[in-house]
Structures are given as C-alpha cells and as structure tokens.
Design a protein around this ligand. Structure first.
Ligand code: G4P
Length: 535
C-alpha cells in the first residue's frame, strides 16, 4: 500500500481537475466546440483563435502544409483553462484517420471524452473506431450532437443510431425543440429550463427560462403551440424509453448522457460545460503492470503518451508529453526513468495554458507537463520517484499500410537509422525487420505518414530514402506458450518469408490476406495471432 498524501491543498488540486479529449469524425465540429469552451474559460477572447489542425484535402503532397500542421498540433496538444474554479485540460486528438494512432495514444491519457456527432451525418466511420477504443477502456463518454441549426436526422433516430452503431447506452440530458429553420431551442432536462435559440452567438447565453412543469401555458407562448406539444410528447417518450441518468454508471462507462446544440452558434455549449464539470471524473487511478496507482498517493508517477519533435531546426530536441498520474511533479527534482533505470531532472518543464506554454514549478495529477528531451524518451515510458512502475495500455496496433524502406544515399546510412529510430520513438510509424534478410519494413496507419517520414528524414536528419510496395494485409503479433514445440518450429520454417521482428524484438507474422491468416490460424492452433502488440 502506498502512502496517501493527506495534504488538503494537494487533494483540492486533484479534485478540481478534469482532463478530457474531444473525439469526432473530421468536420463534425470538434475545433469549433473546443474554441467555444475556451471562450467560456476566458482563455481566448475571440472566435477563430484556435487553429484547426485538420489536414486539408489535397494537402498530402504539400510538405509545408504538413510542417505547418505539426506546428499547430504542438500548440494545441493541450489546451488548459479555468472555469468556475475547475482546471480543465483538453487533450487534442487529430481527427484525420492517418493519425488515428496518435489519437489512440492520447486516449490513454484522458479521464473522459466528449464525442461530437454531426446531426445531419450521424455516426461516421472515424467516430465508430474511436468510440470503440474508449468503450474497451471504460472511459466515461458524453455525446454532443452538433449543428442543430441545420436540417438533420430526427433526434430519436439519431439516438438509436448512436446506440446501435457505437454500442452505447444513452440518455438525453437536453432535447432539441425543432431543428434547422424550425429550430427553437433546447430543453435542459438536467436543470429543467429552456434556452431559446435566436441564431445570434453573441446573445447572452445565460438567458434561460425555467420550466419545471411542462404543462404550463408559458411553454406554448415561448415556442408556439405545435412545438410545445411536440416537445411534451417527445419528453414523455424520452422518460419512458431511456434510463434515468446515473452518475455512477456514467463514470463506469456504462451510460452515456447526450446533449444537443450548435457549437458554431455557441448554443447548448454552456449547458454541456456546466454538466461536464459537475459529472466528469476527476483524475482517475491508473493500472500499471505492478499495481493500481491512485492520484492521491504522495509519490509522483507519470507516463509519456506523446512525443513531438521541435519545430525549430536549430534546436533538435523534442517535447515529451507526460500525464501525471499520482503525486506532484516538481521542477528540478530527480525522477527515475524506469526503462533506462536512470535519474533525470527537468529544469524547464512546460505547462500548457490555452495556446501558450510556460515553465511551471509544480503540477498535479491530471495535468500534462511537456519535458524537453534529447532522445531519452519513448512513448509509454514511466517516470517515478524511485518505485518500479510500468504503466500499461499503450499498445501498438497493426498498421494498415506496409512498404520496404531503402537507403537512397549510402553515405548517410547512419543518419537514416538515427532518424528512423527517433521517428519511431515519436510513434510516427512502426518499423519491422524481416527475419529472412534483415530488410526494413515501415508500417503505418495511413499513407500520409510515408511522405511525412521521407520529408522529415531529409530535412531533419539529412538522409534520403525510397520505398517499395509490399502487399500485406495485416501484421499480427505472434503468441505461443511453448516455443519449443514442433508446431511452432514448423510454423517458423514454413512461414519464414512472412516473419519479422518489431522494434521491441517481438515476433510478428505478416499475413498477405485475411484468408491466408485464417488458414494459418487453423493449421497452427497452438499459436495465437494478435492485431495489438500487448496481449
Ligand atoms: P472538426 O474540427 O471536427 O473537423 O470540425 P470544425 O470545428 O472545423 O467544423 C467543421 C465545419 O462545420 C466548419 O465549417 C464549421 O464552421 C462548421 N460547424 C461547426 N459547428 C457548427 C454548427 O453548430 N452549425 C453549423 N451550421 N456549422 C457548424 P467550414 O465551412 O468547413 O469551416 P470554416 O470555414 O467555417 O472554418
């Protein structure tokens, strides 16, 4: 049992932190919502201040665009602000599918998420994938259905779609009164009041009208008789069909409250934020390989979930993003880098405020600190005050694209390997080495990464590379309890051409089709094939 630190200030600091991510399919309104949340926190003064980190269509061959995006994504990696005495940390998750793995990793550092869905488009592909990861991790989720100022799907149909496609159990906490041209406003089931929509985002957003009894005539006067009657019927249906909101179930990831609104019009956002700070979890305990670590433990511990190379070519150091799990992180204090078994001190840890970073002396559980790194960190590394703790939960997923990488400038092979090594530590892609001939294969989630790697190798490391296509369906991590048995031996002989090692030296099988994978699984039943590196 670890010592719990009974310092009131420390406990208060933990209690007032909410660290979360906003996930969505591109264009659903994540950037707009983030911006409106920051406006509430007074962290920014005007709309348009948060730069979108979207990779614009057709930007795949525009490297300056990629560099520009990288710059923005450093700036928006963590957006922190204060609201009603609560310290809110929003962790940015890239929406572009080629950077999905970045998002998966960020999800290991959030305590909850808000899922944004476009009312007209409903549940889209990227949302499905990301929500699945959150569901597996039992991350508490709030759903925000956006763009109610536009014509979209019927609210009940959408709720059904969310339940079916995302496998969630929902309960609306706000409900729209009409939509598109007929959008009149939102009834807040939580506070029992109405917020009328005027289409003017500058309107005083605190203006709500209390309607605790839906049968009052005032409702008809406010929204018209037809809309009032429809609302009464719909809310009756809501009550009959959906479970009552239960905070405990939400915190366990078993019930997801739903809000409706229009981020662009700053409508329904305050309701969302007010409920969010009320119900969203404070920093949660985290499972390590050794034990469960609680935030209120005295000793500091944290883990690296993201590494970002410096944009300034004169300073080729990197910024490692560390989520604090327990204790307090202090400047200039020696901490143990568990994997390297080395003590390290940090003289200028960065904390993030809105879009700025500042040197900070002390940070608390839930916070993210950015540490300058000259190549010591890998994603997943743990820092502690001395205890051996290895945080679980940053597995590699099977890439979707595979290419051989060749050195195009034999005089620069050292630079090439150093560059590749560092880019892989950053988690840009995965490197495999074929067992048969030692050739290097790069696996990525999206095709865009190959251009990023080629560009960065050349501009940051002075190395040149070319690629050759490799037709592989999936990379599967191989598990076999008894590696001495005849079946395993036969497998490694027969399939030698398709075997490789990942960066950690784990054995990987390259299946060239779903069919061949199925055949291999049938032929070697004592061997297990996993799409994820941790099993
Ligand atoms: P993303 O980060 O999830 O990719 O989405 P983003 O916020 O960039 O929003 C995508 C588009 O949807 C933007 O329009 C944005 O203005 C619009 N949008 C966001 N919320 C609402 C809403 O509540 N109602 C309506 N009608 N539109 C909304 P765009 O034309 O692509 O970009 P921009 O030129 O306006 O920046």
């Amino acid at each position: 049992m670890q010592a719990i630190y009974k310092n009131m200030n420390f406990l208060k600091e933990i209690q007032r932190r909410r660290t979360f991510g906003i996930i969505s399919h591109p264009d659903a309104g994540k950037t707009t919502l983030t911006e409106k949340l920051l406006l509430f926190g007074g962290a920014i003064q005007e709309a348009g201040a948060v730069k979108s980190n979207k990779i614009k269509k057709g930007a795949t061959s525009d490297f300056m665009e990629i560099e520009r995006q990288r710059g923005i994504s450093v700036a928006t990696s963590v957006l922190a602000f204060e609201y009603s005495g609560i310290k809110i940390n929003i962790l940015d998750t890239p929406g572009h599918k080629d950077f999905a793995e970045d998002t998966y990793r960020t999800l290991t550092a959030v305590d909850s998420v808000i899922v944004v869905i476009d009312v007209a488009k409903g549940v889209e592909e990227q949302t499905e994938k990301l929500v699945e990861v959150c569901r597996m991790r039992h991350i508490p989720m709030i759903v925000f259905i956006n763009k109610l100022d536009r014509e979209g799907k019927d609210a009940f149909d959408l709720l059904d779609e969310v339940e079916q496609k995302l496998g969630l159990t929902v309960t609306p906490l706000s409900f729209p009164i009409g939509m598109g041209y007929a959008f009149k406003g939102i009834y807040n089931l939580w506070k029992k009041n109405i917020n009328l929509f005027s289409g003017d985002s500058r309107k005083n957003i605190e203006d709500t009208i209390e309607i605790s009894d839906l049968n009052v005539k005032e409702l008809d006067n406010l929204v018209g008789e037809t809309a009032a009657n429809t609302l009464r019927e719909e809310l009756e249906l809501v009550e009959g069909v959906y479970p009552k909101f239960d905070k405990e179930l939400y915190l366990k990831g078993e019930l997801q409250p739903v809000f409706f609104g229009s981020a662009l019009n700053n409508f329904g956002v305050k309701e969302l934020l007010d409920c969010f700070i009320n119900m969203a979890p404070t920093p949660r305990a985290k499972q390590s390989e050794e034990r469960l670590v609680k935030p209120d433990e005295k000793d500091f511990s944290g883990f690296v979930f993201k590494i970002h190379a410096n944009m300034d070519p004169n300073h080729r150091d990197r910024l490692a993003f560390v989520k604090i799990v327990s204790g307090q992180f202090k400047r200039n204090t020696p901490y143990l880098h568990v994997r390297n078994n080395k003590k390290m001190k940090f003289s200028s840890p960065n904390a993030f405020f809105a879009e700025k970073k500042e040197i900070v002396d002390i940070s608390y559980p839930g916070d993210i600190v950015g540490l300058h790194d000259t190549g010591n960190f890998k994603i997943g590394d743990t820092l502690t005050e001395g205890e051996i703790i290895n945080y679980k939960g940053i597995p590699s997923f099977s890439p979707e694209h595979f290419r051989y990488i060749n050195n195009a400038d034999p005089l620069k092979s050292k630079q090439l390997y150093k560059g590749l090594d560092q880019l892989m530590d950053e988690g840009v892609a995965q490197l495999f080495t074929l067992e048969l001939n030692g050739r290097k294969v790069i696996g990525t989630v999206g095709a865009l990464q190959y251009e990023v790697i080629q560009y960065r190798l050349e501009h940051e490391y002075g190395a040149k590379c070319t690629y050759e296509n490799l037709n592989i369906h999936k990379a599967c991590w191989v598990e076999c309890k008894d590696k001495k048995n005849a079946e395993f031996k036969e497998f490694t002989q027969v399939k030698q051409r398709f075997l490789a090692k990942d960066k950690r030296g784990q054995l990987v099988f390259f299946a060239d089709s779903a069919f061949s994978l199925q055949m291999t699984e049938q032929k070697y039943p004592s061997i297990k094939f996993h799409y994820v590196s941790d099993f």
